[in-house]
Design a protein around this ligand. Structure first.
Ligand SMILES: Cc1cc2nc3c(=O)[nH]c(=O)nc-3n(C[C@H](O)[C@H](O)[C@H](O)COP(=O)(O)O)c2cc1C
Length: 332
């Protein structure tokens, strides 16, 4: 690995630790990182071997996940008091090169790009929580800040009322039932669940899964199916869930990467205010249901449903280093 004065080993470790902490579909961590020996820039590349052909044939969710990692790199760069310079999809002849990130000029103590909220601190504290929430509503100003976070990245949050929420959860439940009925989709999902004691650095440990909703209102993804040993007793989820639909105006790879950055900006903003989050992606995995989620009068490209509220923290999920082998920082 080549380290320049502007990208030393300690900075690299800070950047990478932040990047790999990002959420990813089924914790596939579909990224790899490398320092370009000629330009000394940090490259984010797609790890195609960790894609989901059934749930995500176009790689849209994979791009959302990689976009979230890019956002964490930006936050970590600011934490290092350096201006992040990011180019998305910089080379059409290299489709797996997702982003190039450089540390630009120094950020002074009064620079406006230093965020008021400590999003860096939130990176390590954010975990998907699939547990029931208390039902205490998240205050309007916090929700507005989450909405502005999405907008800052070129995406939007739709905040539905009770009827709109019920509709989105119903479409998610329809998708969940279809996933359940598909043996190939169920097999793909289960392949990413890891049993207790496993040292696999990818996938979701059973300890991070949530219980089913006793009132059957919350169509959380059933990762394990009818395996009796993995079944948790049902609990009652919040009666009026708060959800936000993350959407973009267009549906190109660049939009997916922007949506991923928006997702992470929203999740870290929520975390900074003590708000827990979980994600419902099932309806996005069926083209007709995804289209139905789009607003009938104001068409949009739905990307992900975010559930938020107050409640217990989520269980921990493992992470791999994320380096291409030759680029792993030397032991110090
Ligand atoms: C694009 C995307 C889609 C996801 N979809 C779901 C989902 O449908 N259900 C769910 O429980 N978690 C979902 N997740 C959350 C991941 O399972 C989670 O991020 C991953 O297991 C890592 O755990 P962590 O978020 O606690 O770090 C999704 C995450 C991303 C980025």
């Amino acid at each position: 690995m080549v380290c320049t004065p502007s990208l030393d080993a300690t900075s690299l470790e800070t950047l990478l630790a932040a990047a790999v902490a990002a959420p990813s579909i089924h914790n596939t961590q579909p990224w790899r990182f490398r320092v370009n020996p000629d330009t000394h820039a940090l490259e984010v590349r797609a790890a195609r071997e960790r894609s989901l052909p059934m749930a995500d044939p176009d790689g849209r969710a994979q791009h959302l996940s990689m976009g979230a990692a890019v956002f964490n790199l930006r936050v970590a760069a600011v934490h290092l008091r350096r201006q992040p310079e990011v180019r998305l999809l910089p080379d059409p002849s290299e489709p797996d090169l997702i982003a190039v990130v450089r540390l630009g000029g120094a950020i002074g103590p009064h620079d406006r790009s230093r965020r008021r909220l400590d999003l860096y601190d939130a990176i390590a504290r954010r975990h998907t929580s699939r547990m029931p929430f208390t039902g205490r509503p998240v205050p309007g100003p916090v929700v507005m800040e989450m909405s502005e976070a999405a907008r800052a990245e070129g995406a939007r949050l739709r905040l539905p009322d009770i009827a709109g929420t019920r509709r989105l959860l119903h479409l998610t439940a329809v998708a969940e039932a279809r996933n359940h009925a598909s043996s190939s989709r169920t097999a793909e999902t289960r392949a990413w669940i890891t049993p207790p004691g496993s040292d696999r650095p990818y996938g979701i440990p059973v300890t991070a899964l949530g219980p089913p909703d006793a009132a059957r209102r919350m169509p959380a993804r059933d990762f394990t199916g009818p395996l009796p040993a993995l079944h948790l007793p049902a609990l009652r989820f919040e009666r009026h869930a708060q959800v936000a639909l993350l959407w973009t105006a267009h549906d190109r790879r660049k939009d997916w990467l922007q949506a991923g950055q928006a997702l992470q900006h929203v999740l870290l903003t929520a975390t900074a205010y003590g708000v827990r989050t979980s994600l419902l992606h099932q309806a996005m995995e069926w083209p007709d249901l995804r289209a139905a989620i789009g607003h009938p009068r104001r068409p949009c490209c739905p990307q992900l449903l975010i559930r938020f509220g107050y409640g217990p923290d989520g269980g921990r999920t493992p992470r791999a280093g994320g380096w291409e082998t030759a680029d792993r920082p030397a032991e110090r």
